[in-house]
Design a protein around this ligand. Sequence first.
Ligand code: WQD
Length: 338
Amino acid sequence: MRILVSGGAGYIGSHTTLQLIAAGHDAVIADDFSRSKRSVIPRLEALAARPIEVRVVDLTDRAATDALLESAGFDAVIHFAGLKAVGESVSKPLDYYRVNLGSTLSLLAAMARQGVPSIVFSSSATVYGEHAPVPMEEDFPTSATNPYGWTKVMQEQVLRDAAVADPSLRVALLRYFNPVGAHRSGTIGEDPSGIPNNLMPLLAQVAVGRRDKLLIYGDDYPTPDGTGRRDYLHVEDLAAGHVAALDRIAGSATQVSTWNLGTGTPTSVKEMVDAFSRACGHELSVEVAPRRSGDIAESYADPSRAEAELGWRATRTIDEMCADTWRWQSNNPDGYPV
Ligand code: WQD
C-alpha cells in the first residue's frame, strides 16, 4: 500500500518507515522538521537501499494537508507527527492543542475528501491517567494529568467520532508504553532536542559523557526496589506493531481498534541503570533525587489483545534495548547532524 507517514523523520516514525518499506509498502514521509533533523533521511535511504519520498508540510495547515493528500493517492496514513514533552505541554498548552489536535483534524478532513480509508494513530499509555491499576487494559477509562496527555485522550475521541460519522473509515489507536532502543545498525535512533525528559536518552547521555549523572526521581515508591517501574519496549518491536495494525484494519469489519503496544513486563529505574551499565561496559553515576511531580509508581501493559488480534508480541529484551541504544549513542555522541 502507499502510506503517508506523518512525523516520519522522528524517532518512532523513522523506524516504522523502514519496516513499512521492508514489508513492501510504498512509504512517503511528511515532516516539517521542527523536531527532527533532515540528516535522518539519507541514513534511512541507505538502510532501505532506495530513495524515500519526503514532503515538507505543516499538517496544521489545512490547505497544505489537502494538497499533500490530493497529490499522491494514499491508501492509509500513520500519524506520528505531534508534540510529546509532558513538561513542555504544561508551560505551552496552546501549542500542544493547536499542533496535536490541529494536525489530526487536518488529516482527517483531507482523508475524507480524498477517500483515504485507514489511519493508524500514535497514542500513548499516558491516556490511562494516574490511577489505573496494572497491568493496563484497553477498556480502562481514559484521563490525563497534563495537556500532552489530554491531547492524546482528545485525539482518540476525535478519531472515534470521525469513524461514527464515516462508515468507510478504519482507525487503529496504538497505545505505546515506553519506547526505547534503536535500529541495530546504530545509524538511526532517538535524538531528543534539548534536555531529554525520558530515562533512556538520559542514561545514554550519561554513558557517553554528555551528562555527568542520572538523577533517580524517587526511591520510595511501593515497588520492589523503591524506584518507578515502566514497560519499556524496543522501538523495532513498536514499529512492527504499526505494520501489523495497518494490515489488520484494512477492510476490517471493525471500524475502531485499540491496542496496547508493550511487553507486559515492568522494569525499574535501578534495573535499567544496571542494564545500561552492562551495555556500555562501565558504571554510571547516579544520585537519588525527590520524586518528579506527575510520575506514577508503575505502568505496564496487558498486551494480550495485540497478541490475539494482531499476532504481535514484543520480543526484544531489556539488554538488547540498552545495547542498541548504546551503539546508536556511542556512534553519534551528539545525535544527528543538522
Ligand atoms: C521513566 C522512569 C521516571 C528520568 C513519559 C511520558 C509518556 C511517554 C513516555 C510519550 C520513571 C524515571 C526518568 C530521569 C528518572 N511519552 N526517571 N530520572 O514518565 O514513564 O513516560 O515518556 O508518549 O507519555 O509520560 O517515561 O522515561 O520520563 O520515565 O528516575 O532523569 O524513569 O521517574 O519512573 P514516563 P520517562
